[in-house]
Design a protein around this ligand. Sequence first.
Ligand code: FPP
Length: 260
Amino acid sequence: MINKKKLWSKKESHNPKNRIEEIKQEPVPKHIAIIMDGNGRWAKKRALPRMAGHHEGMKTVRKVTRLVSNLGVQALTLYAFSTENWKRPKVEVDFLMKLPEEFLGTFLPELIEENVRVEMMGDREQIPAHTLYAVEKAMKETAGNDGLVLNFALNYGSRSEIMAGVKNIIRDAKSGILSEDDLSEELFSRYLMTRHLPDPDLLIRTSGEIRLSNFMLWQLAYTEFWFTDVLWPDFTEADLLEAVEAFQRRTRRFGGLTDK
Ligand code: FPP
């Protein structure tokens, strides 16, 4: 359903500040999840190495984090490295594993100033020590912040997250902490890496790919999806605002009926 308030006059739509203020007058997503795709193609179009695309993508992470924080969103989960990404050439994997350090090395003071709390979800075991050190240091230094949760999905795969949850439930059932009657969707959610976060309200995937790629399969059950052809390094604040406006125009029914 089109919300007339969201049909901008030309003047307003060209002023990002007005646009942000208008958006904030209606409920914004509590949690936005993003599959940041298209770094490699961005680089290829410019005859640059793939790494240049990832580096440019890191700058988009900064822009998007700042805007999402300004909008009053509670959590932003970014798919930075999947459990499948180890299949890439070592030089690319090594580069990707250095990006969190570079990002946090450069921007952590600003994130602290903006009251952002850094978190990560994923299998820590395979992640190189230097990457983990940088992320855990940022987590510690921002642990007291109560603004936006910036949650990096790093060496994350949804199926293995679900399997680990199932195993832990069986363990707790065997030790008598849980019984079959305790099992519920709510309880299962507490065995996932997102136990402390609301489910995403909005999923964005860039670069024209229309798939989930093993990302938050349980948590995205009722999420609104927004796909765009824009490649992640080219993704702008205006694109993010467009996605949030589209979200605000949608009527979420959660399987029920609208009251109209
Ligand atoms: C997918 O694009 C992107 C990734 C696998 C990595 C995403 C990482 C970043 C955007 C930078 C992360 C920044 C921080 C701060 C951790 P692709 O390489 O699959 O692109 P392609 O499909 O065009 O080849």
